[in-house]
Ligand binder design. Structure first.
Ligand code: TRP
Length: 455
């Protein structure tokens, strides 16, 4: 079944789950905890929340506005919105570059998650200790062959789903599995907050001490907000183009941002108590999820089964997030370039696989390509850093400026009130004010500050 273009989502609930399906992914279970862990805990969390409210949400509303107004893929959308100003096409170009950069390392981490399903199925984690769990993680990522094979499996799954065009089916899956993931994380939380390190763990996550923050940390929090909410690269423009005339352009993003944040916080509440209980360091880096979660589950009745289930659900969340990313490329190549959908998928998946392998081979300094360094970062870290901290914030800034300053107030009001159907408008004025004056200023300050141009 081919997803008919511009068919539109059926209901408000469908739109909410579809958007949430893109937002919730490895960003929540893998990246968020390890970023909080390496950047100082509570203070970082606070800054992150500010970034979501004052930059992430306004940009998300703007992307969805652009999508529904034009009903096109990201390139088609900026062309239609500003036909005589080719400059704005840079939003689409940056967006697509970002998709590639993220996919290079995201597919690698996706491979780790897939492989953990099988490791837990085999019972590798029964009665596991913190040393064993750290060793299992290192050997998983250092491979070098198995992690590459897993990455390829992930990409083939993503490609196959995209070729079959069964996104509609995927949405149904998300709708049932997302709540299941949620329940599983809560079970994990209940166990975690009865571990001996709970007090320390929760203090690390929630105690705000700005002394632990660095300048770079503020930019990283901003980048994380973009990454988690799937912003700054056209995903939400594409989704917005499927919104129907009575879907709420402000309400849905607010609900999605709140739910996405709750999922991340619950994962944090599961992980940090475990970190302190099992004598690990919060700053353990990208392995944090993989090293702690098996330990928490090993202390639960039926822990092994639940662990398998947890990784299955994470794999699905990661897969749906990747589908939403690659769809941006496919929509562009098929709608703007006239390439068949199948061909577009194959070409893009091959490109992502070829370069993505270099991310997998550079996870650690001791890896095969770990010696290659770009501005002092391994390739894996460079793909991550460039996408989250350079391309997405710049894309977000351009979107904020475009919608905040170069779209008529009447047009925005028309679209955001669903052509007059929504009577309350105070939130639209608030949104426009933040978008015009707060988000761009914050974006510029954070950006210049982190590259050391202003202090
Ligand atoms: N938000 C997803 C996550 O947290 C990742 C993702 C999906 C994404 N689509 C995106 C990130 C578009 C940036 C842009 O895992």
């Amino acid at each position: 079944m081919e997803l008919k273009k511009r068919e539109g989502f059926s209901s408000g609930v469908a739109v909410f789950f579809a958007t949430l399906g893109s937002a919730v992914g490895l960003g929540n279970v893998w990246k968020f905890p390890y970023m909080v862990g390496t950047n100082g805990g509570g203070a970082f969390l606070f800054v992150y929340l500010m970034c979501v409210i004052f930059v992430g949400l306004p940009v998300m509303i703007s992307e969805i506005f652009i999508g529904r107004r034009t009903r096109k893929n990201v390139m088609g959308a900026v062309k239609k919105l500003k036909p005589n100003q080719p400059f704005w096409r840079i939003i689409a170009v940056f967006g697509m570059i970002t998709v590639y950069l993220i996919m290079f390392f995201y597919s690698c981490v996706g491979g780790w998650v897939y492989s953990y399903i099988f490791k837990s199925l085999k019972g590798d984690f029964t009665g596991v200790t913190s040393n064993v769990s750290q060793n299992i993680f290192s050997s998983t990522v250092l491979g070098p062959i198995p992690p590459i094979l897993w990455q390829l499996v992930v990409l083939i799954v993503v490609g196959t789903i995209l070729i079959m065009g069964v996104q509609k089916g995927i949405e149904k899956v998300t709708k049932t599995l997302m709540p299941l993931l949620f329940i599983l994380i809560i079970i994990c939380d209940i166990r975690a907050v009865t571990l001996p390190g709970t007090k320390e763990g929760l203090k690390f996550l929630f105690h705000i001490d700005f002394a632990t923050m660095t300048k770079q940390g503020v930019l990283i929090a901003l980048g994380l907000a973009f990454f988690k909410l799937s912003l700054g690269m056209g995903t939400m423009v594409t989704y917005g183009s499927y919104f129907t005339d009575n879907n709420n352009i402000v309400g849905t993003p607010v609900k999605v941002a709140i739910s996405d944040t709750i999922v991340s916080l619950l994962v944090g509440i599961a992980i940090f108590p475990a970190v302190f209980s099992f004598n690990m360091k919060p700053s353990s880096g990208p392995g944090l999820l993989f090293m702690t979660i098996p330990l928490v589950f090993s202390k639960l009745p039926f822990g092994n089964i639940l662990l398998v289930l947890f990784f299955i659900l994470c794999s699905i969340a990661a897969t749906t997030a990747m589908i939403s990313m690659v769809e941006v490329l496919i929509a562009y190549f098929s709608e703007e370039r006239g390439i068949s959908r199948k061909k577009a998928v194959i070409i893009n998946i091959v490109i992502i696989a070829l370069i993505g392998i270099t991310a997998t081979l550079s996870v650690d300094k001791t890896s095969l390509l770990g010696g290659i360094s770009i501005f002092g970062k391994t390739l894996f870290d460079a793909f991550d850093f460039a996408s989250s901290n350079i391309f997405m914030p710049i894309g977000g800034l351009l979107i904020a400026i475009l919608v905040g300053w170069f779209i008529k107030k009447e047009d925005i009001e028309e679209e955001l009130t669903n052509y007059g159907a929504i009577k309350t408008t105070w939130h639209i004025s608030l949104y426009r004010f933040i978008l015009k004056f707060v988000s761009p200023v914050l974006l510029v300050i954070v950006f210049l500050n982190s590259i050391g141009i202003i202090k």
